[in-house]
Design a binder for this molecule. Structure first.
Ligand code: FDA
Length: 303
């Protein structure tokens, strides 16, 4: 309900104009590493010093012109080069609508293929984020295609709030896929997604257990400490090897919990977004948690 409200109001043209002008000062910088790649690389170095890896995301989605998709592809190619040159421990995460999926599947495929090929050359890895449910089928199909060419260098995200996800997981499992499992951050109708949080949480646990017990490398991407505790017990009881899973969190959220997991010897990773096109991402972070709206309001008053 709260998510629908925030995402609905946030998409209003006037609100989005005002936010894009003042948003960084109104708190977006808590969740975004900076507007330039250098800012994000500094953050990655700090994370690496704490024994935590990263995945870098150049913010942007739903482009409207083919040239923007080319720019986005080039930005990711450069990001992979810089990661390599700087010797930092970081993957990249991308959205296919930034690569042109909303304009043409062929365009997105070609851009994705070039990025994954470069990741392959550098021994790196590309995670395809999952966007709203209009793109789920195309995203999974493109993932499967590119995975068959570069099985070690590309992974995808599955969202626990979608009814279809357990079936998708069953289709993908069995050949050692690399999957990130999240609850889901978009505004979805009840015809495709569980409307109640307890149902999403239950499905999340079922998906992670299925993924771990069917040989997928599983990125458990949540800040939910109850679920994390459950997963820790599950991997112990079922003798799941420590190199078969990792915990992931978003930059700016519950860092101390992730650092404790890293100190206990678990593999960990922070999702580090950077860039000027932060508005839609920030809106989803506010929508996830009512308290973030207070945080936003406090920054408004401080100005
Ligand atoms: P839940 O929402 O239940 O939160 C558990 C607790 O975590 C909250 O009580 C609060 O304390 C804290 N918390 C959660 N979100 C917070 C926030 N924004 N600010 C402050 N505290 C917060 N989604 C998607 O649809 N496609 C994708 O590709 C991805 N990718 C992705 C990568 C990574 C590494 C993560 C961690 C998450 C995503 N997501 C995503 C977002 C995901 O779907 C989900 O919206 C958020 O992770 C919030 O859900 P939690 O699992 O944390 O649980």
């Amino acid at each position: 309900m709260f998510r629908q409200l925030i995402l609905g109001v946030g998409n209003n043209w006037l609100v989005s104009q005002a936010m894009q002008q003042y948003g960084m000062r109104l708190g977006a910088s808590r969740f975004v590493a900076g507007s330039e790649l250098d800012d994000a690389i500094k953050v990655v170095k700090d994370l690496n010093r704490d024994g935590i890896r990263a995945t870098l995301d150049h913010l942007g989605e739903s482009i409207t012109r083919a040239e923007e998709a080319i720019q986005a592809r080039d930005s990711y190619l450069r990001m992979l080069e810089v990661i390599h040159q700087e010797g930092v421990q970081s993957h990249v995460s991308l959205k296919l609508t930034m690569m042109g999926l909303n304009l043409s599947v062929d365009m997105a495929r070609e851009n994705l293929r070039q990025i994954v090929a470069k990741a392959h050359d550098y021994g790196n890895f590309v995670r395809i984020d999952m966007e709203d449910s209009r793109f789920t089928t195309d995203t999974l199909n493109l993932f499967q295609e590119i995975w068959s060419e570069y099985p070690a260098n590309v992974g995808v995200v599955l969202q626990a709030y979608l009814y279809r996800t357990m079936d998708d997981l069953k289709t993908l499992s069995g050949v050692g896929r690399n999957l990130r499992i999240v609850k889901g951050a978009y505004m979805e109708p009840v015809s495709v997604a569980f409307p109640s949080k307890p149902d999403v949480d239950d499905n999340y646990v079922r998906l992670v257990e299925y993924s771990l017990s069917h040989g997928n490398y599983t990125a458990v991407a949540t800040h939910d400490e109850v679920i994390i505790g459950h997963v820790l017990r599950y991997v112990k009881d079922h003798h799941i090897a420590a190199d078969q899973f990792e915990f992931q969190m978003l930059y700016g959220v519950k860092y101390s919990v992730l650092r404790d997991l890293a100190r206990e010897g678990y593999q960990t990773r922070v999702y580090v977004p950077w860039g000027r096109d932060w508005y839609a991402y920030y809106l989803r972070r506010i929508a996830e948690r009512p308290a973030n709206l207070l945080f936003f309001a406090r920054n408004l008053v401080k100005r």
